[in-house]
Design a protein around this ligand. Structure first.
Ligand code: SPV
Ligand code: MG
Length: 563
């Protein structure tokens, strides 16, 4: 038997001088330091098995301070045997996913170290690179066999060879807190307490940070006998898979440092997966399964979808952002005569498809998917799918701003608002989406034709006319329908883009106007934009020429089909 211990259990060396454990903020510590402290402290620590990123997250969320990267479970999850059938680099890949998925440290089951001392050194360097906090190696022969299979027949490594491997590992680590646990398989192989103690002591002297003493008995007798003789020479880790009935207090009282729950996430998922698969196979329906499985929302939560959304807001260009669209389609369009007797103008067919369908298609082509339509006249005829509808039932006695007010709840975030009788080329929408300003309008600088036709166009006056220079300048809107013809710089195309701030300015304005219903009733969108300008809001003007069509006449309907 061994002489009484030369070294008592060491204090947590990694706690800064002068600080107690509780004063040290665990969240800022390296994973290696966390694991080392768990192993060395006086309070019992627990490691929960995991075998992939998902189970590692589950273990952390349950409150475990650390993870056991189980060789048995990783192999089982990969569909292979626990005989080094998965290569060590394949295990490394899994370990990296587990480590990336968690903030708690992982002790990886490194089997025999996957080869000789040389392989061991390479393994240690790679584990450090992948954020694994420690490794446990066992004194068996490569390729190893699980300890619960043909245990007594398993050959053990020579003490000297295995001690050399431990030394090599300790020499290879660059982080002084990286933990190497030496696992003694003497009880498993049937060699008894004396051999177990001899090996543990040799591995301690070789530099191991802790001893994992394994036993396949249904009682903890071997472990307790070892603990008594070992007397705290080095922290001891145990795996009570077979002696699971032993109360945890017994391990505490015996001075065990770390308990590993070695395979229970893998085994519980296996049991439930088998049940679910059988049920769906037999019943050919999901009806009895849906309520018993984790909701998809839970899957997305644990994957961290939310933080990706946040990052997208920060990093993606605007056209990657989610922009909404509101189309005002409440008016009849009586100027189209028969065509709008049983449907509003927006539902008049252009080339076999309603005008509104063309408009929505253009929105969708620039990734504006959340679309709202305000209906009024013959709203029953406005029946396109995948659209949110708002109704302006007072359409006959109100104007566009009342329709917009009906859709106020959609005025949130980045929004495009346009008319239900205006066709726009998609680049026009895209330019507005890409524009950083809070309120922006697209203006057709080529307005002579509209003026010649004498139609009721929304002519605008801007801070400067269109020119090559204007392209670079920040042109803003001065107002609509200037009295002097030479003050007209173009025609508004009936589309406005609002940033989240712009949308909130418009919502505020609508709220104020709601107190004056008579005034509100008469307001058209240009009036609303003019009110913003009067409030000092800079309404950005983007010039272009052509590429849009305001459907105002039968002639336009014909032209629209070819647009
Ligand atoms: C593992 O979890 O892979 C272990 C523990 O090594 S045991 O299966 O008990 O050997
Ligand atoms: Mg193992």
């Amino acid at each position: 038997m061994l002489e009484k211990p030369a070294i008592a259990r060491q204090g947590a060396r990694s706690v800064p001088p002068g600080a107690t454990e509780s004063e040290t903020d665990m969240s800022t510590l390296k994973k290696t330091t966390k694991l080392k402290q768990m192993v060395q402290r006086s309070e019992l620590a627990f490691l929960m098995e995991a075998h992939n990123g998902l189970s590692a997250k589950v273990a952390e969320e349950a409150g475990f301070e650390g993870i056991w990267g189980s060789g048995l479970s990783i192999s089982a999850a990969l569909g292979v045997r626990d005989h080094n059938e998965a290569s060590w680099t394949q295990v490394l890949e899994v370990a990296e996913f587990m480590s990336d998925a968690t903030t708690v440290p992982m002790l990886l089951d490194g089997d025999t170290g996957y080869g000789d001392f040389n392989t061991m050194q390479r393994v240690i360097r790679k584990l450090e690179q992948r954020g694994v906090a420690g490794v446990c190696i066992e004194d068996k022969i490569f390729p190893k066999t699980n300890s619960f299979i043909r245990g007594a027949g398993q050959p053990l490594a020579s003490i000297d060879e295995f001690s050399g491997k431990i030394k090599a590992g300790k020499d290879a680590q660059s982080d002084e807190d990286f933990v190497i646990v030496a696992r003694v398989e003497a009880f498993i192989a049937g060699w008894g307490l004396e051999e177990a103690l001899k090996r543990a002591e040799a591995y301690r002297l070789a530099g191991a940070d802790a001893i994992l003493m394994h036993s396949a008995l249904r009682s903890p007798s071997e472990i307790l006998a070892f603990m008594k003789e070992w007397a705290g020479r080095l922290p001891v880790v145990i795996v009570p898979t077979k002696y699971y009935q032993t109360p945890t207090e017994v391990f505490r009282d015996a001075g065990v440092s770390v308990v590993i729950w070695a395979n229970h996430l893998m085994r519980s998922s296996l049991a439930v997966m088998a049940q679910t698969a059988k049920r769906i196979h037999d019943e050919q329906t999901l009806i009895n399964v849906e309520e018993r499985v984790a909701p998809l929302a839970e899957v997305f939560r644990i994957q961290g979808e939310h933080s990706l959304e946040e990052a997208e807001k920060r990093y993606l260009p605007k056209h990657g952002r989610s922009v909404k669209g509101i189309v005002l389609a409440a008016s009849q369009g009586a100027e189209l005569g028969e065509l709008t007797r049983d449907r509003p103008k927006a539902m008049v067919s252009l080339g076999g498809k309603p005008l509104l369908a063309h408009i929505l298609e253009t929105y969708r082509s620039v990734n504006v998917k959340e679309l709202s339509v305000v209906r009024g006249y013959r709203k029953d005829a406005v029946n396109l799918a995948n659209v949110k509808y708002f109704d302006n039932d007072a359409f006959a006695s109100t104007q566009e701003v009342s329709s917009l007010a009906a859709a106020a709840e959609a005025l949130e975030g980045d929004v495009l608002v346009s008319y239900g009788d205006v066709l726009l080329k998609k680049y026009i929408l895209q330019e507005l989406i890409d524009c950083e300003d809070d309120v922006a309008v697209m203006v057709d600088a080529d307005h002579a034709e509209s003026r010649n036709r004498g139609r009721a166009a929304d002519f605008v006056s801007c801070s400067e006319p269109n020119s090559r220079r204007a392209f670079q300048n920040h042109v803003t809107l001065k107002g609509f329908r200037p009295e002097r013809a030479d003050a007209v710089h173009g025609e508004w195309m009936g589309v406005v883009k609002l940033s989240p701030k712009g949308a909130s300015l418009v919502r505020d304005k609508l709220r104020v106007l709601a107190a004056e219903p008579d005034r509100l009733r008469a307001l058209k969108l240009p009036d609303l934009l003019s009110l913003l300008v009067a409030d000092g809001v800079a309404v950005r003007v983007l010039y272009t020429t052509g590429h849009w069509l305001d459907v105002d006449s039968l002639e336009d309907v014909v032209a629209g089909a070819a647009f």
